[in-house]
Every structure is written in structure tokens, then in C-alpha cells.
Design a protein around this ligand. Structure first.
Ligand code: BGC
Length: 760
């Protein structure tokens, strides 16, 4: 049991808005007999890195991981047999504030979980002679706070002084720490952040005193560099996602995040890369370099992420769509980072629930998400409010903003507790994820129902329109220009969400053989659907107040009957045409708008919208050179300036937010045509929707049964190849409407298509 926490007993950390001074723990180990096996288990409140005889132990970043600390603290176990020397060994652990003690959340609170860092470890050495030695963290460890790492903070970066050597440390005896929390200690079951790629800069430009390096790609990670330095020489590295038109770094939108590395050189050859912070960036400016050092100076970047394993791939013969797919992948790698975050650069990087609620399905197509999201859902379960509400960020623990929403039943954001498990279930077929989360889903849905019914009578009991300000509504919809207008759309988004979550819950209850629940949620959701139709439409598929999201949600979620749905889709198509095929949806409508059109006879409109390069649209971002997905559709104007003024969001402009990349599911499900009919693709559909002048598409998805691959080509003929794994079956529907069922094997089909059939 690793629960012997130690700390620097006389360290009183009181400063506001910053992270604590890093601590360094030290233990000498004498190995006098041949070792058969040695392991170290460790955890911390804060972030720790272990160094044994100068070697970093393990290859993960940010151990012990970001969890809901008061409920769960992870520990890691490393095999150190190979790193141990016979005789003297030095073990160090650098412990920084991280999320538990450091400044985090845009209110820059610190000491959320503990008043200072604490570290616990247990070393088990099994000798060849069969004896065993166990060493735990106790007063035989030393601690110091004047090592080379002077500052480390998730948002602010690191300050490192390489002139400090071990002999400069003032060591004192570590003391036992009493924690104010009592979390369950669980062996690490997360998807740890690891380095997945090293990037080299594409160009370097000197602007005044600074050298600006362009890595050609926006991403989350850290720099690394080699330099022949001069004793005391100071280097400053600043990070940014975009440049200003004058070629300097645009850092205004980082808000309070300093996103910098300050490094003081020792004499001679040296290298450095931070391990206790990360940044979202494409550009790095370096100050303090001397002219003659420039040639030998080597700057690189490490791409870090928890999404280390791909689950699928998609490409087609349109380069812009392929770039968009790449941007979706980069947006995901940058934000699937310990927890599903909103963005990797500014003073936020929090587990915003709404973002992953809408992106989960796309994430599951592209990456193996089970470990990562299951661990996050555990945190969500433990942080659910007694009212049934779900905090808007998980982990929440008082990191700021979410506390302004006391009941936490917030449409789409809280819906993550149902949408995320369901996306996992459909992608990987594991019923356990539904079971594990079922009580949470029910409690949340019941909270939503209560709020909808609050102070209303009759049909209005099913319209969720209480307190606009406690919802996010049509968040970042580009057809209105400020936050309060997005929020005013919450009666539509919240009511549609209530329909969606309760009807999904009815399905989930059926899967889990809870017939009574299934019936109750089904009956309830129908009432909500009827109320939406009655209160917001003319009963004939026309919204009384028209905006894209107000159509998309009822069409996609199945609120309308078939006939009304077609009419509503036609009205939506008209609205889209009037808007010159530009997007008008916020987070809630964006993932579904192309489906709402393409599935109801308007594939041509869907493709025009997808291929549109005018602002706002997905490909406008691509045209503007985006390498990730932007938070705001109009994040840059054609001249490269940011046109967004004071819209009530406190300059909320990020160039790396995955939410609107949720369109990625359309690539797999409609362009490729591949989607599961039964969880885990036990049965699946392949039914490509042609259009948009696409002549080729190909892709694959890994399933528990094996890989499904699909590729099609449209020339004089339409040709398709589908690989069906064993124990599964595929319902193939070709663009001429012909259908057949396929079983294990590789199948090729060819048809003559005189005209592309949009009506399916
Ligand atoms: C975040 C979003 C999040 C939103 C909630 C923002 O600051 O970056 O992505 O969902 O707040 O309103």
C-alpha cells in the first residue's frame, strides 16, 4: 500500500495564482547482493518524475495522472531491475504542483487538493538469494527546493537553471505528510500521456531580437533543444498557435497562461526539455540566442498525447477534406490529454463535458478510446452531484467556472454522461460501460426532467426552458454574435437534448434488460418530442423561429415523424442555401447537420456545405492554413487578423478545439458509408452517399472482431471493396439502391451508374 506520503515539512505555500516551488526528493540505495527483480511504485499529489542514476524512469508524462483526486489517486509501478547498479544508487523524484497543488482553471486557483506537494513510493527489491527488501518513503529520504527546476506550472511553463548542480542543493529530512483527502489508491489504468512524434521546425525567421521557429503544425507538447551555451546565458522560449500579420507571435488569447520556458545555461553542450508542463503551439520565439550560436542551436518539439493508438483511418480524393481529417486528428491528439480537454493552450485545458459529448463518436472512430474515457467516466461518476447534475468540467473539484452553475443539469454538457458511454458501447461493443454508468445516467436524466418541469404546467412541463443563463445553448453558433444569444437558444437545445438523452436511455435500458425503465423513458421522451413540435414548430415541419440548430436536432434525433421530417429537412436545406451554404450551428448542431441534410434527400446541400470554403465553414479554416480545428469558425479573417471582439466570452479564441471536428463521423458514416448497426460492429452497414464530386474514398475501422475496410471508386462505373471480419455481417447498400448481406471475406462489387443517386 503506497500511502506513506512525505513532503518538505517547513514549506508554507500561500501565494495566489501561481504554482508551488518544485520539490526534489532523494534516497540513496545500497545494493549489496545480486538483484533478481526490483520494482518501484509511486504516486504524488502533484506531478512526479523519477530519476534513477540519472535516468528517467518510465516513458510517461504527468504521473500519477489527472483524476478526481479526492476520490481517486493513481499510482504507477515501474520495473527498475535494469536501472539498478550494484553498490550505490541515487534515486530522485521531482514533484511539481501539477493539477493538485498548482495553479489551474481560469480563476488560477491553487492548492485545490493539497496545501503543498506530497510524494509516496515503495521500492521492492527481490534478491537472487530469495530475500526481499522493501523501502518506503519515510524520514530516510531527503528533500530540497533549490534544485535547477525553479518553477513548473501547467499553464505558465518552466523556469530551469542549469547552473545549479546537485551539490548546491540544501537537503533536509523529508517529513510525513497528513493529506486532507483520502482517495482510493488505484493502480494506473489510464492512457498515459506519451511522446508520439518529434517535430523539427520548417523555418526560422529573425524578427528583431527574436528567432521565430515554425513547426508547421499546431499541437500539444513541449520543446526540446540542444545548445552549446555560456554559463549564465538566459534563453526565453515563448509559444503561440498563430502569428500576427507582422510575423510576431499572437499570444493574447492565451489569457493568463505564460506558456514559456526560461532557461539559464551552464557552460558547454547541454540539452533540455520540460516534463512538468505542456503548451498548445505551432510557433516558438527564442530570445537570448547569440548570432554565432544560431547554426549549432537545435530546437525540436515533442508531440504529447494520451491518444497514442489509432482505431481507424479515412481518406478521399479531395485534398481539402483530407487536410480537414488531419486537422480533426491533430485536434484530438492535442486534447485527449490525461482528460478530454477543451483546448491545450490557454488558461483552461479543462475536462469540459460538452466538448467530448459531441466529439466522442468521432474520437472512437479514429482512436482507441476505451481506457481513456472509462477512467474519465469513473471520475464523472464520483463527482456527480446529489441532485443528479454533472459538473461542467470533470474533474471539477472547485476549479472555478462550474461553480456558477449550481445544479449542473446542463443540456449537452451533462449529456456527456450518456453520450460518451453510448459512443464507447457502439464502437467497441462492451456492455459493461453501460452497466457501470447506468445509475449515473438515470440520476442525471431525472435531474433534467425535474428542471424541465420546474414551474411549468401542461405541455410546457416537457420544454426545458428554465434559466437561460445556466445553459450554454447553441454555443459558438456563428450566425449570432455573442454569448448571451447562444444561451438564449437553450430552450431548443435543452428540449432536444432532453428528448435525445431520455430516448437513448430507453435504448440503453432495453440493452440492459430493464424493461420498466425502458418503457418509462420511452414514453417520457415521446412527450418531450411532441412538446418540441407543438411549441417550436407549426406542426408541418417549419420552425417558428428558424435557425440551423433548431432544425438539425429534431431531425437527427428523430423527434419528427417521417413526413414532417422530410419537410423540416427541406426547410433546413432552404435555410442553408440562404446562408450561402455556410455553417450556422454551435456545438449542439454541428456534429449532425450534414446527416440531417444527407439522410433526408439533401446530400447535394450537405456536400456543398462541407466543401464550402467561405467563412464560416470547415474548409474556410483549411483555406486559411489551419492545421487543427478552431474553436470559433471565424477565428481569423482573410487577412489573418482575429475579428472577434468583446462578445462576452473573455477572448475565448482557441485554434485547437476538437468540438466542431465532430464532422469527422460523417466521413466514416456517410462518405465511406460505414457504421455499426449492432454494438461493436457485430452487424454493420456499408452505404456510401455519393456527391461533392468525390471520386474515391477509403478507410478502415478496427472492431473487436477484426478490421473492417471499405474503399470505393467512382468513374464510369462505381466500384467498391469491403472487408468483412469473421463472426460479423455487413449490410451493403450500393448507390443504385441494391442491397445484399455479406459475411466474412473480401468482397468486390461493380455497378453502372448513369446518374448519382442522392435520394436514398
Ligand atoms: C471552453 C469550451 C467549453 C465552454 C463551455 C469554454 O471556455 O473552452 O469548449 O465547452 O467554455 O461553455
Amino acid at each position: 500500500m503506497i500511502n506513506h506520503f512525505i513532503t518538505k515539512g517547513n514549506y508554507i505555500f500561500k501565494e495566489k495564482g501561481v504554482s508551488p516551488i518544485p520539490m526534489m526528493f532523494r534516497r540513496e540505495l545500497d545494493i549489496e547482493k545480486p538483484v533478481k527483480k526490483a520494482e518501484i511504485s509511486a504516486t504524488a499529489l502533484g506531478i512526479y518524475t523519477l530519476l534513477l542514476n540519472g535516468n528517467v524512469v518510465g516513458n510517461q508524462y504527468f504521473a500519477p495522472g489527472f483524476t478526481s483526486y479526492k476520490n481517486t489517486l493513481l499510482y504507477q509501478t515501474y520495473d527498475i531491475t535494469e536501472l539498478l547498479l550494484s553498490g550505490k544508487n541515487s534515486l530522485f523524484s521531482v514533484v511539481t504542483g501539477g493539477w493538485a497543488v498548482g495553479s489551474f482553471g481560469f480563476t488560477r486557483k491553487n492548492r485545490i487538493t493539497a496545501k503543498r506537494q506530497a510524494f509516496a513510493a515503495e521500492i521492492t527489491i527481490t534478491y537472487e538469494d530469495g530475500t526481499e527488501e522493501v523501502i518506503v518513503t519515510d524520514e530516510n529520504w531527503l528533500v530540497s527546493q533549490n534544485g535547477p527546476l525553479k518553477e513548473a506550472c501547467i499553464y505558465d511553463g518552466e523556469v530551469y537553471d542549469a547552473t545549479v548542480s546537485v551539490k548546491d542543493h540544501v537537503w533536509q529530512i523529508a517529513e510525513k505528510e497528513e493529506l486532507k483527502i483520502h482517495p482510493a489508491l488505484i493502480r494506473d489504468d489510464r492512457a498515459p500521456v506519451q511522446e508520439v512524434k518529434e517535430l523539427s521546425p520548417l523555418s526560422v525567421n529573425q524578427v528583431g531580437e527574436e528567432y521565430i521557429f515554425d513547426f508547421g503544425q499546431n499541437f500539444a507538447g513541449v520543446i526540446s533543444f540542444d545548445i552549446i551555451g555560456k554559463e549564465g546565458q538566459k534563453l526565453l522560449f515563448l509559444h503561440s498557435e498563430v502569428l500576427r500579420p507582422d510575423g510576431t507571435l499572437q499570444r493574447d488569447f492565451l489569457r493568463t497562461a505564460k506558456a514559456r520556458v526560461e532557461y539559464t545555461c551552464k557552460e558547454g553542450q547541454q540539452s533540455f526539455s520540460p516534463r512538468h508542463t505542456y503548451m498548445g503551439f505551432r510557433y516558438v520565439s527564442v530570445r537570448g540566442l547569440e548570432k554565432e550560436q544560431v547554426d549549432s542551436f537545435c530546437l525540436k518539439a515533442k508531440v504529447l498525447t494520451s491518444a497514442t493508438q489509432r482505431n481507424g483511418a479515412f481518406s478521399c480524393d479531395n485534398d481539402k477534406i483530407n487536410r480537414l481529417q488531419q486537422n480533426i486528428l491533430w485536434g484530438a491528439t492535442s486534447n485527449l490529454f490525461e482528460i478530454p480537454t477543451d483546448c491545450p493552450q490557454r488558461d483552461e485545458r479543462m475536462g469540459w463535458t460538452g466538448d467530448i459529448a459531441v466529439f466522442a463518436q468521432t474520437a472512437c472512430y479514429n482512436f482507441k478510446m476505451e481506457k481513456f474515457l472509462k477512467k474519465w467516466l469513473r471520475d464523472m461518476r464520483s463527482e456527480q452531484k446529489k441532485t443528479g447534475g454533472i459538473p461542467n468540467t470533470i474533474p471539477s473539484q472547485g476549479y472555478g467556472f462550474p461553480e456558477t452553475m449550481p445544479t449542473m443539469a446542463v443540456d449537452f454538457w451533462g449529456d456527456a454522461c450518456i453520450m460518451v458511454p453510448y459512443a464507447l458501447y457502439m464502437a467497441y461493443g462492451d456492455e459493461q460501460v453501460l452497466e457501470e454508468n447506468y445509475e449515473m445516467m438515470k440520476a442525471y436524466a431525472n435531474a433534467c426532467k425535474r428542471w424541465a418541469a420546474f414551474a411549468s404546467v401542461g405541455t410546457k412541463r416537457y420544454i426545458w426552458d428554465t434559466f437561460h443563463l445556466l445553459h450554454f445553448g447553441d454555443w459558438v453558433a456563428p450566425d449570432v454574435d455573442n454569448m448571451s444569444q447562444w444561451q438564449k437558444r437553450s430552450p431548443w437545445t435543452a428540449t432536444a437534448s432532453l428528448y435525445h438523452t431520455t430516448s437513448l436511455l430507453a435504448k440503453i435500458a432495453t440493452i440492459l434488460h430493464k424493461a420498466e425503465d425502458a418503457k418509462a423513458y420511452d414514453t417520457y421522451s415521446k412527450k418531450v418530442g411532441e412538446a418540441y413540435v407543438k411549441c417550436f414548430t407549426d406542426g408541418e415541419g417549419k420552425l417558428l423561429e428558424e435557425f440551423q440548430t433548431a432544425y438539425v436536432l429534431p431531425i437527427y434525433f428523430g423527434i419528427f415523424d417521417e413526413k414532417t421530417k422530410k419537410k423540416a429537412a427541406a426547410n433546413l436545406a432552404e435555410l442553408v442555401k440562404k446562408n450561402n451554404y455556410c455553417i450556422g450551428t454551435g456545438f449542439p448542431g454541428t456534429p449532425y447537420i450534414l446527416f440531417a441534410l444527407a439522410d433526408n434527400g439533401f446530400a447535394d446541400v450537405a456536400y456543398k456545405m462541407l466543401l464550402n470554403t467561405n467563412c464560416p465553414s470547415w474548409l474556410y479554416e483549411v483555406k486559411m492554413g489551419a492545421t487543427t480545428i478552431w474553436e470559433r469558425w471565424d477565428g481569423l479573417d482573410e487577412k489573418g487578423n482575429c475579428p472577434i471582439g468583446d462578445d462576452g466570452t473573455d477572448t475565448m479564441i482557441s485554434y485547437n478545439h476538437y468540438a466542431s471536428g465532430a464532422v469527422g463521423a460523417f466521413f466514416y458514416r456517410r462518405i465511406l458509408g460505414l457504421e455499426p448497426l449492432e454494438a461493436g460492429y457485430k452487424t454493420f452497414m456499408v452505404k456510401p452517399i455519393l456527391g461533392g464530386d468525390l471520386h474515391e474514398a477509403k478507410g478502415r475501422v478496427d472492431t473487436p472482431f477484426g478490421t473492417i475496410s471499405v474503399s470505393w471508386k467512382l468513374g464510369d462505373e462505381f466500384e467498391i471493396q469491403v472487408e468483412v471480419p469473421k463472426e460479423t455481417s455487413c449490410e451493403l447498400e450500393l448507390p443504385d439502391g441494391s442491397k445484399e448481406q455479406l459475411f466474412e471475406g473480401i468482397h468486390k462489387r461493380k455497378i453502372n451508374l448513369t446518374e448519382v443517386n442522392y435520394e436514398r
